[in-house]
Design a protein around this ligand. Sequence first.
Ligand code: GLN
Length: 547
Amino acid sequence: MARFIFITGGVVSSLGKGLASAALGALLQARGYTVRLRKLDPYLNVDPGTMSPFEHGEVFVTDDGAETDLDLGHYERFTGVAARATDSISSGRVYSNVLEKERRGDYLGKTIQVIPHVTNEIKDFIRIGEDEVDFMLCEIGGTVGDIEGLPFFEAIRQFSQEKPRGQCLFMHLTLLPYIKASGELKTKPTQHSVKELRSIGLAPDILVCRSEGPIPVKEREKLALFCNVRPDSVIAAQDLQSIYEAPLAYHREGMDQAVLDAFGISPAPKPNLARWEDVVDRIHNTDGDVRVAIVGKYTQLEDAYKSIAEALTHGGMANRVKVRAEWIDSAIFEREDPAAHLQGFNAILVPGGFGERGTEGKIKAAQFAREKKVPYLGICLGMQMAVIEAARNTADLSNAASEEFAGDADPQSFTPVVYHLKEWVQGNAKVTRKKTDDKGGTMRLGAYDAALTAGSKVADVYGATAIEERHRHRYEVDIEFRKQLEAKGLCFSGLSPDGRLPEIVEWSDHPWFIGVQFHPELKSKPFDPHPLFADFIRAAKEQSRLV
Ligand code: GLN
């Protein structure tokens, strides 16, 4: 049966709880244990699928088709363990389950209350798959003291009481602010945060303290004394140049040792950190850099394309170059010549997106990349835009468009090369959709197989002709246009196994121009860069040596 580690946060948000959890997961793996990481989010949305990327960052999709919090992306990137739908839950989902049960009559006429009904629902969720791994790491979103978080804190308190002694551990992440004027690291906010936790019945075993620099012995002792933890359970989480330094940095600070000690595991198995030493070596020992333009819509918030930014970094690590990604709002190209903005970049990436705004600019970016022979990677919407560009500018379909944007227009007025998919096959089952369906959870979501054309560029990049990648979209390139576009050189080199859905397109006479309907960025890891990103950056590196 798994041991449970609950990770909570205090003082302020955005301290990197997800990262600390992921890095701890990686360290436990380095000691030979199996792990699973989970996120419990107090917000009331049922899942993040319908939340704006501006507000909440990227939606991370799992193989089994759940739209989850971006922290699950960190978990996967650090542990390589594929996240599942059952690794993410929100208050919205918890309440929706409880209310559904109530409507069904499952509670036999009882009054439904936060304790025990809501907390039971949370505990049931935490227990899923508890026999499968050695350690289950559960991160509670938000900060201690948040009103919405209370049922979660109460649930983990009850949970730890129900388990045998020594099977649950609480790790609390806080901030030690540095006051320049007095030259001091302040421990008081952490003391208050722990006090708040204790007032709801939780006592942290381990404190992880974010700070700009090392924690002096005096402050460490003070924290231990006032927060009732052992001095060697006060772990300094100093600011790092790269997030991928976290496992080694936390290991040096004794985080994994403190966790094993707290569980009474002795002697602790020796860690094998070779994977992370190689990762850090690749980050620091690079030979030159490449500039990649990311032409998208959600450019104000970097988290909106978190996995893409990370996958590009991994591609750089595979080629030992530093990737300088710059975000460009595609709407600019609707007013200004893209050449002025895109010259000087070694590669162009058009990521996924929703809605019409900025799409004409993305089409211009694809045209620029095709004509100027700049490496281009189009992801999801970025592939759809590349196909529209090809149809308009090479195949005499000047009114080519996507039904996503021209949906209400007279069907005669445009050529729908990208259309609203209403029926497809998943495994052996048929899936159907209507235009009037709810927005949440109704896209083509999760892992699907694709068959690649032998001898194509992508088959070469993957070193395979059968792949599986994750999807998240409602619209699809129409296979009807295959012949017409292939005659112009745009090859449909990857298709769904039934041959009906185009999954990959590539320009045959271009050094590197690939559009994919899926999201390869979701499966890239620092120690196992995704082949498409690794080869895209290789092409960018080659391009950078030409200019
Ligand atoms: N909006 C497009 C669709 O739904 C693309 C989605 C995406 O890029 N993830 O098909």
